[in-house]
Design a protein. Structure first.
Length: 210
Protein backbone atom coordinates (compact mmCIF):
# COMPACT_ATOMS: atom_id res chain seq x y z
CA UNK A 1 0.00 0.00 0.00
CA UNK A 2 2.80 2.47 0.82
CA UNK A 3 4.09 2.10 -2.76
CA UNK A 4 0.69 3.25 -4.06
CA UNK A 5 0.45 6.13 -1.59
CA UNK A 6 3.96 7.34 -2.42
CA UNK A 7 3.23 7.14 -6.14
CA UNK A 8 0.05 9.17 -5.66
CA UNK A 9 1.93 11.84 -3.71
CA UNK A 10 4.55 12.00 -6.47
CA UNK A 11 1.89 12.18 -9.21
CA UNK A 12 0.13 15.07 -7.50
CA UNK A 13 3.38 16.90 -6.79
CA UNK A 14 4.49 16.61 -10.42
CA UNK A 15 1.10 17.70 -11.75
CA UNK A 16 1.23 20.83 -9.58
CA UNK A 17 4.85 21.51 -10.66
CA UNK A 18 6.17 21.48 -7.10
CA UNK A 19 9.76 20.31 -6.68
CA UNK A 20 10.70 17.54 -4.26
CA UNK A 21 12.86 20.00 -2.31
CA UNK A 22 10.11 22.62 -2.09
CA UNK A 23 7.48 20.15 -0.87
CA UNK A 24 9.89 18.61 1.66
CA UNK A 25 10.67 22.08 3.02
CA UNK A 26 6.98 22.96 3.30
CA UNK A 27 6.13 19.86 5.35
CA UNK A 28 9.19 19.97 7.60
CA UNK A 29 11.19 17.03 6.30
CA UNK A 30 14.16 16.64 3.97
CA UNK A 31 14.16 15.74 0.30
CA UNK A 32 15.85 12.38 0.94
CA UNK A 33 13.09 11.23 3.29
CA UNK A 34 10.38 12.43 0.93
CA UNK A 35 12.03 10.79 -2.06
CA UNK A 36 12.17 7.45 -0.23
CA UNK A 37 8.52 7.85 0.82
CA UNK A 38 7.43 8.56 -2.75
CA UNK A 39 9.29 5.46 -3.96
CA UNK A 40 7.70 3.34 -1.23
CA UNK A 41 11.05 2.58 0.43
CA UNK A 42 9.81 3.99 3.73
CA UNK A 43 6.41 4.75 5.17
CA UNK A 44 4.83 8.09 6.05
CA UNK A 45 3.55 9.18 9.46
CA UNK A 46 0.04 10.55 9.91
CA UNK A 47 1.49 14.03 10.52
CA UNK A 48 3.49 13.86 7.28
CA UNK A 49 0.45 12.67 5.31
CA UNK A 50 -1.63 15.53 6.69
CA UNK A 51 1.09 18.01 5.80
CA UNK A 52 1.40 16.62 2.28
CA UNK A 53 -2.38 16.77 1.81
CA UNK A 54 -2.40 20.41 2.94
CA UNK A 55 0.39 21.41 0.54
CA UNK A 56 -1.02 19.43 -2.39
CA UNK A 57 -4.56 20.71 -1.92
CA UNK A 58 -6.25 17.36 -1.30
CA UNK A 59 -7.29 15.05 1.53
CA UNK A 60 -5.30 12.17 2.98
CA UNK A 61 -7.96 9.83 1.58
CA UNK A 62 -7.11 11.03 -1.93
CA UNK A 63 -3.65 9.46 -1.61
CA UNK A 64 -5.32 6.04 -1.40
CA UNK A 65 -7.32 6.53 -4.61
CA UNK A 66 -5.37 5.84 -7.79
CA UNK A 67 -8.25 7.25 -9.87
CA UNK A 68 -8.31 10.66 -8.16
CA UNK A 69 -8.04 13.67 -10.44
CA UNK A 70 -4.92 15.74 -9.92
CA UNK A 71 -5.83 19.42 -10.00
CA UNK A 72 -6.12 22.42 -7.76
CA UNK A 73 -9.44 21.73 -5.98
CA UNK A 74 -12.34 24.16 -5.90
CA UNK A 75 -11.79 26.65 -3.08
CA UNK A 76 -8.01 26.27 -3.10
CA UNK A 77 -5.85 29.08 -4.43
CA UNK A 78 -2.29 28.97 -5.71
CA UNK A 79 -0.38 32.04 -4.53
CA UNK A 80 2.88 33.44 -5.80
CA UNK A 81 5.61 32.77 -3.21
CA UNK A 82 8.34 35.40 -3.00
CA UNK A 83 11.50 35.79 -1.00
CA UNK A 84 11.78 39.23 0.58
CA UNK A 85 14.43 40.12 -2.01
CA UNK A 86 12.09 39.05 -4.83
CA UNK A 87 9.30 41.11 -3.29
CA UNK A 88 11.53 44.16 -3.49
CA UNK A 89 12.48 43.31 -7.08
CA UNK A 90 8.76 43.07 -7.85
CA UNK A 91 8.22 46.57 -6.46
CA UNK A 92 11.04 47.84 -8.66
CA UNK A 93 9.52 46.19 -11.73
CA UNK A 94 12.47 43.81 -12.10
CA UNK A 95 10.61 40.52 -11.50
CA UNK A 96 7.93 39.05 -13.75
CA UNK A 97 7.23 35.54 -12.45
CA UNK A 98 7.88 33.99 -9.03
CA UNK A 99 9.91 30.79 -8.92
CA UNK A 100 7.59 29.13 -6.36
CA UNK A 101 3.94 28.96 -5.40
CA UNK A 102 1.98 28.08 -2.27
CA UNK A 103 -1.50 26.59 -1.89
CA UNK A 104 -4.09 27.93 0.54
CA UNK A 105 -7.81 27.52 1.17
CA UNK A 106 -8.20 30.97 2.72
CA UNK A 107 -10.82 33.30 1.25
CA UNK A 108 -8.45 36.02 -0.01
CA UNK A 109 -8.64 39.07 -2.21
CA UNK A 110 -7.10 38.84 -5.67
CA UNK A 111 -3.99 40.81 -4.75
CA UNK A 112 -2.63 38.24 -2.29
CA UNK A 113 0.71 36.46 -2.12
CA UNK A 114 3.05 34.49 0.14
CA UNK A 115 6.49 35.42 1.46
CA UNK A 116 9.50 33.45 2.67
CA UNK A 117 10.52 35.57 5.66
CA UNK A 118 14.19 36.46 6.05
CA UNK A 119 13.56 39.36 8.44
CA UNK A 120 14.63 38.77 12.07
CA UNK A 121 13.07 41.98 13.44
CA UNK A 122 9.92 40.23 14.67
CA UNK A 123 11.42 36.88 15.70
CA UNK A 124 9.31 36.67 18.87
CA UNK A 125 6.31 36.28 16.52
CA UNK A 126 7.50 35.32 13.02
CA UNK A 127 10.94 33.80 12.62
CA UNK A 128 13.33 33.99 9.71
CA UNK A 129 12.61 30.96 7.51
CA UNK A 130 8.86 30.96 8.25
CA UNK A 131 6.25 31.63 5.60
CA UNK A 132 3.43 34.14 5.67
CA UNK A 133 0.36 34.68 3.51
CA UNK A 134 -0.43 38.32 2.85
CA UNK A 135 -3.70 39.88 1.67
CA UNK A 136 -2.68 42.93 -0.34
CA UNK A 137 -6.11 44.58 -0.21
CA UNK A 138 -6.88 44.47 3.51
CA UNK A 139 -6.57 47.66 5.52
CA UNK A 140 -4.43 47.14 8.63
CA UNK A 141 -5.65 47.79 12.16
CA UNK A 142 -3.36 48.38 15.15
CA UNK A 143 -1.64 45.16 16.17
CA UNK A 144 -1.67 43.58 12.70
CA UNK A 145 1.54 42.30 11.15
CA UNK A 146 2.10 43.93 7.79
CA UNK A 147 4.49 43.94 4.85
CA UNK A 148 5.74 47.50 4.39
CA UNK A 149 8.05 49.13 1.89
CA UNK A 150 10.28 52.04 2.81
CA UNK A 151 10.52 54.26 -0.27
CA UNK A 152 13.33 56.15 1.43
CA UNK A 153 15.52 53.06 1.94
CA UNK A 154 13.98 51.08 -0.95
CA UNK A 155 13.59 47.89 1.07
CA UNK A 156 10.65 45.71 2.10
CA UNK A 157 10.05 44.60 5.70
CA UNK A 158 7.67 42.60 7.88
CA UNK A 159 6.64 44.64 10.92
CA UNK A 160 3.87 45.23 13.45
CA UNK A 161 1.44 48.05 12.60
CA UNK A 162 0.79 50.82 15.12
CA UNK A 163 -1.37 53.86 14.36
CA UNK A 164 -0.01 57.14 15.77
CA UNK A 165 -2.68 59.65 14.76
CA UNK A 166 -3.32 62.10 11.95
CA UNK A 167 -0.94 64.65 10.49
CA UNK A 168 -2.02 68.20 11.41
CA UNK A 169 -0.81 69.46 8.02
CA UNK A 170 -2.02 66.80 5.56
CA UNK A 171 -4.66 64.97 7.58
CA UNK A 172 -3.09 61.62 6.57
CA UNK A 173 -2.86 58.80 9.09
CA UNK A 174 0.63 58.47 10.52
CA UNK A 175 1.67 54.97 11.51
CA UNK A 176 4.66 53.17 12.95
CA UNK A 177 6.13 49.90 11.70
CA UNK A 178 7.46 48.29 14.86
CA UNK A 179 9.85 45.38 15.38
CA UNK A 180 9.46 43.03 18.32
CA UNK A 181 13.23 42.52 18.38
CA UNK A 182 14.62 45.50 20.36
CA UNK A 183 17.83 45.43 18.32
CA UNK A 184 15.92 46.85 15.34
CA UNK A 185 14.57 50.41 15.06
CA UNK A 186 10.95 51.40 14.54
CA UNK A 187 10.02 53.14 11.29
CA UNK A 188 7.63 56.06 10.87
CA UNK A 189 5.39 56.50 7.85
CA UNK A 190 6.27 60.19 7.54
CA UNK A 191 10.05 60.08 7.90
CA UNK A 192 10.55 56.68 6.23
CA UNK A 193 7.91 57.13 3.49
CA UNK A 194 6.25 53.80 4.29
CA UNK A 195 3.72 52.00 2.11
CA UNK A 196 1.70 49.06 3.43
CA UNK A 197 1.84 46.25 0.85
CA UNK A 198 -0.54 43.93 2.69
CA UNK A 199 -1.68 42.41 5.97
CA UNK A 200 -0.42 39.04 7.22
CA UNK A 201 -3.41 36.67 7.41
CA UNK A 202 -1.65 33.33 7.90
CA UNK A 203 1.67 32.30 9.42
CA UNK A 204 3.26 28.93 8.67
CA UNK A 205 6.08 28.08 11.03
CA UNK A 206 8.78 25.81 9.66
CA UNK A 207 9.68 23.50 12.54
CA UNK A 208 12.59 21.80 10.79
CA UNK A 209 14.69 23.52 8.15
CA UNK A 210 16.22 21.51 5.33
Amino acid sequence: MKNLVGAEVRKRRKALKITLEELAHNVGTDSGNLSRAERGVQGMSDDLLRGLARELGCTVADFYSSESVVSTPVGVKRLALYSQNELEELQEGQLNEPAKTLLTDLNLNANSYAVDVSDDAIESEIKSGDRIIVDGELKPVPGDFVVVRSHRIKKTYVRKYRALGFSPTTGDLIFEAKPTNPDHPSMNSESDLLQVLGVVVEHRRIRKKT
